[in-house]
Design a protein around this ligand. Structure first.
Ligand code: LLP
Length: 432
């Protein structure tokens, strides 16, 4: 199996954690997001342990909750001692509602509306990760009004190309996020932040992209950032307390994706950062990491019901399911691959080649092409693996399809985390 928390029981059914996926689908209906809580906790612990062991004191793990933001998951991550990266007032509100201390929250985003800036300052958010000069001015102004000194990081673009999918690469100079070093704008940004009375420049932030399986891009990024830090120290005397290297560690979607140890990657990154700082004669800052996908990605599966099989002679076999781009837009958006199987036939040979079609009125609504499945018939429970990240969080109501329920499983017990949307929910905001 793709992940060690998945197995097949004697009935030939897919098992996640200790729960039979077919029984869960019968109990809660489909489509159904299932999240293995124990796996989320293990992922959190592997980060927290490695950060404690290999990085400078004060280093921290922030859960990038854009990957999966709902009360149950945020509570779990909070209990494991992580801080959180929130990217909107909505995510901030959710984190506060589940009891996250405001000072453990880092407010990201390249285009924060002013009302959200005010909301975050009023809520006492720990840090802003400031993206632009306009945002800096606004934070300074609103912090003055509130009579607080707001802690901030500046988001810097290091110009690193991770060769990941264009839509999830964020580190190159020509990018909507952050302020580039090579154009001289980052230096100007730091000087401007240092001149503001109502903000405290605590650190620098960078994020090079997602779905990265090696330490190389992080180390390349750290080198560029430490060059910049060294230069700024010489010119202004500013030394950041924190360097935030962003998120992006990869998750296995298909067998050909490598198995990686987050602990090993963190060790390599930590060692290299210490070496570079020693060479430059600057103190090693506390390092922050912002994993999203690698905390929840392999903990989730989505179970669908096959609604029909359409075989077009000399062309394609289409297997249609009762969900699609409304609950998982990743194939439609990025051509992202996921492993699939029939949860009720998991022991059988997977030699049926097909395209898995979603239910939306849109030819591009596919979950995958050239997928190897067990021979499907209507009523089978097609299951997509590694859907914990960026599925629920990117779900929509296109075609007025209600969003699926999400359940968590732990020690063979299941619990509803997000109830299925009803038709009435779909109308809840309409003025009738
Ligand atoms: N920090 C920052 C500043 C980010 O922009 C992101 C992701 C992360 C951390 C977390 O990255 P992760 O560890 O999850 O890779 N919807 C896309 C992914 C978009 C990622 C956006 N930023 C997908 O489904 O692949």
């Amino acid at each position: 199996m793709l992940h060690s928390n998945l197995s097949v029981n004697s009935a030939g059914h897919l098992v996640i954690g200790k729960s039979d996926a077919v029984e869960l689908a019968l109990k809660y209906g489909t489509p159904l997001y299932v999240v293995d809580e124990e796996r989320v906790r293990e992922n959190c612990r592997s980060y927290v342990d490695a950060v404690k062991r290999y990085l400078a004191p004060g280093s921290e793990v922030l859960y990038a909750d854009k990957a999966l933001c709902c009360a149950a998951i945020l509570k779990t991550v909070m209990q494991e001692g992580l801080s959180a990266d929130v990217v909107s007032a909505g995510e901030l509100y959710t984190a506060l509602r589940v009891g996250f201390p405001a000072e453990k929250l880092y407010f990201h985003g390249n285009s924060k509306p002013e009302n959200e800036i005010v909301y975050a300052i009023d809520a006492g958010v720990g840090h802003f990760v400031v993206d632009s000069a306009e945002e800096l001015e606004a934070i300074d102004r609103f912090a003055a009004r509130k009579k607080v000194r707001q802690k901030i990081f500046l988001r810097i673009t290091p110009d690193i190309d991770t060769h990941t999918h264009k839509k999830i690469a964020t580190g190159t100079v020509d990018c909507k996020f952050g302020t580039p070093i090579v154009t001289g704008q980052a230096e100007e940004f730091v000087r401007r932040a240092l001149s503001k009375k109502n903000v405290e420049l605590d650190g620098l932030h960078c994020h090079v992209g997602s779905q990265i399986f090696t330490a190389g891009p992080y180390i390349d990024c750290a080198k560029v950032m430490f060059d910049f830090i060294g230069e700024m120290y010489a010119k202004t005397g500013f030394l950041p307390k924190y360097l935030d290297l962003g998120g992006g560690f990869g998750v296995r979607y298909v067998e050909s994706d490598p198995v990686i140890s987050y602990g090993d990657l963190i060790r390599k990154i930590g060692e290299e950062c210490s070496r570079i700082c020693m060479e430059k004669g600057i103190p090693v800052p506390a390092l922050l990491l912002e994993p999203g996908r690698s905390i929840v990605g392999d903990a989730g599966i989505t179970v669908y019901t096959v609604t029909g099989v359409k075989e077009i002679p000399h062309h394609t076999n289409y297997v249609a399911v009762d969900g699609g781009m409304t609950d998982n837009p990743r194939y439609t958006l990025y051509g992202a691959e996921h492993t699939m199987l029939l949860a009720n036939k998991a022991k059988l040979q997977a030699d049926y080649r097909c395209t898995v079609a979603g239910r939306c009125c849109e030819s591009g609504d596919l979950l995958g092409e050239n997928i190897a499945l067990q021979k499907p018939v209507k009523g089978d429970m097609l299951t997509v693996l590694s859907t914990g990240a960026y599925n629920y969080s990117m779900a929509s109501n296109y075609n007025r399809v209600p969003r699926p329920a999400m359940i968590t499983v732990k020690n063979g017990e299941d619990r509803l985390a997000v109830r299925r949307e009803s038709y009435e929910d779909l109308l809840a905001l309409d003025i009738l």
